[in-house]
Design a protein around this ligand. Structure first.
Ligand code: GDP
Length: 454
């Protein structure tokens, strides 16, 4: 039987701190420390007011609750003590539990026990961590939808279908008198096609899912004095970067996280991209180029132009540098001044062109809307069908390849054992996503990324 574990589940410094206990002795240990006040005894699932006594001394008047197994988060008996937030009280309560026989829970150990006791699968367990770490309401909503189990159930159904398909092929292999023609091949084909397409959609959603979870790299580029730092400050709502009219003031890359509605942007203001002999500025320009390369592939590029000036050679250098970006917006700044720029070259090179005044903070809402549309976070799937971590994305991509291969072989009339091999691989991969087949060290790794107390 697993030893009873305990941990502080809340961050230090709050008004309330929650000590969590899970294991066979949860109720016994809670009762040793907690005494209800008044007539109300400790009743399962009811938060009860009482005293917390350690070494004969009453040190708090907390609320406590006991959850009998198996209908608990971990599947084991569980208890919680909701103390006042004093770190001294919380530590004392925790040590008293250790003296009684509990041990300190490891990071993610409550959720690991939930997984081992079949309360949630690995996909849902990873959603728990996403929920704890969510930086935006959208990210939280996605993780919550994943916890709801739609996608886990979908994976289980896929596996069941593949297992039954395998069984039919194996019957042909084991009983060679049966003809492969007897199998419902077109039906199988359609099933494999549908699964492969669904997995392709999920794999393709990874960049979006990752952007939602970790934030999207967003680099601000442009020639010196176009207004990049002013734009950064305007988006952040406070003066983060130094703004002057001296070209080359921003010599290094300035990075800040910005929440725009449901979108988390990892904003980078860069040194102005221009040819320069100044060695310090050259380093800044190099860093700017690196940041641009990353944002071109995985994030968003905001290319800032000074609309009060005609397009210059430095501007054309910027256009050339960001041309192959996956998502780029041309920001035509200084809309409060007389427009001197011919926009044709910009509209030829950018799908999105936004006019605004960073200094006057006008037009920023249009930029925000454009960014939200570009990243596609407005239309999140209600069922949680967005892949947010690399482990899942890689496994699903292999599964998709196996199914693709099985489809091809089926079409080409391959022998059943070759097709069975691919389908078995796909079954195993799906099992690795949900944790039905997964190695101990992978499970260790996943839960080690959780915080203590979850
Ligand atoms: P950077 O070198 O691209 O970072 O440019 P800065 O943000 O340092 O701005 C250069 C100059 O342009 C500063 O004097 C800013 O006050 C000015 N500036 C920036 N945005 C605007 C704007 O929208 N309108 C006007 N009129 N001036 C601006």
């Amino acid at each position: 039987m697993a030893q009873t574990i305990a941990a502080l589940s809340t961050a230090p410094g709050g008004a309330i701190g929650i000590v969590r206990i899970s294991g066979e002795q949860a109720e016994e240990y809670l009762s040793a420390l907690f005494t209800p006040i008044g007539k109300c005894p400790l009743t399962p699932r009811m938060l009860t007011y009482g005293t917390l006594t350690v070494h004969g001394q009453v040190i708090d008047r907390p609320m406590a609750v006991f959850f009998p197994a198996p209908a608990t988060y971990t599947g084991e008996p569980m208890a919680e003590i909701h103390c006042h937030g004093s770190s001294a009280v919380l530590e004392e309560a925790l040590y008293a539990l250790f003296e009684l026989g509990a041990r300190q829970a490891q990071p993610g150990e409550f959720t690991r026990r939930a997984f081992l006791n079949g309360k949630l699968d690995l996909f849902a367990a990873e959603a728990v961590n996403d929920l704890v770490c969510a930086q935006s309401v959208q990210a939280a909503a996605l993780a919550t939808a994943q916890l709801g189990g739609h996608i886990s159930t979908e994976f289980s159904k896929m596996r069941e279908k593949l297992v039954s398909m395998c069984a039919q092929f194996l019957a042909v292999i084991d009983y060679p008198d049966e003809e492969i023609e007897d199998l419902p091949l077109s039906e199988m084909h359609q099933t494999l096609d549908e699964m492969r397409d669904r997995l392709a959609t999920l794999c393709d959603s990874y960049q979006r899912g990752r952007a939602l979870r970790e934030g999207l790299p967003c680099v601000i580029v442009g020639r010196p004095n176009a207004g990049k730092s002013t734009l950064l400050n305007a988006l952040l709502g406070y003066d983060r970067a130094i703004v002057t009219n001296i070209a080359g003031t921003t010599r290094d890359t300035v990075e800040e996280t910005l929440r725009l509605g449901g979108l988390i942007l990892r904003l980078q203001d860069t040194a102005g991209l221009r040819e320069t002999d100044d060695p310090v500025e050259q380093i800044g320009v190099c860093r700017a180029k690196d940041a641009v390369t990353l944002a071109k592939e995985t994030g968003v590029v905001l290319a800032v132009f000074d609309g009060s000036q005609p397009l210059s050679e430095d501007d054309r250098l910027v256009i050339a540098q960001v041309r192959d970006a996956k998502r780029a917006v041309a920001v035509v700044n200084k809309s409060d001044l007389l427009m001197q720029m011919d926009l044709q070259e910009l509209t030829d090179s950018f799908v999105q062109v936004v006019r605004l005044s960073a200094k006057q903070r006008e037009g920023l809402d249009i930029l925000t809307d454009t960014l939200t549309d570009l990243t596609g976070i407005r239309d999140l799937p209600q069922d949680g069908g967005l892949i947010t971590n690399l482990r899942q994305a890689e496994i699903l991509s292999h599964t998709r390849e196996n199914l693709e291969q099985a489809c091809r072989q089926l079409k080409a009339g391959f022998a059943p054992d070759a097709i069975v091999y691919e389908i078995e691989q796909a079954i195993e991969s799906l099992g690795r996503v949900t944790g039905a087949y997964v190695q101990e060290d992978i499970v260790d790794y996943i839960f080690s990324n959780f915080c203590v107390g979850k």
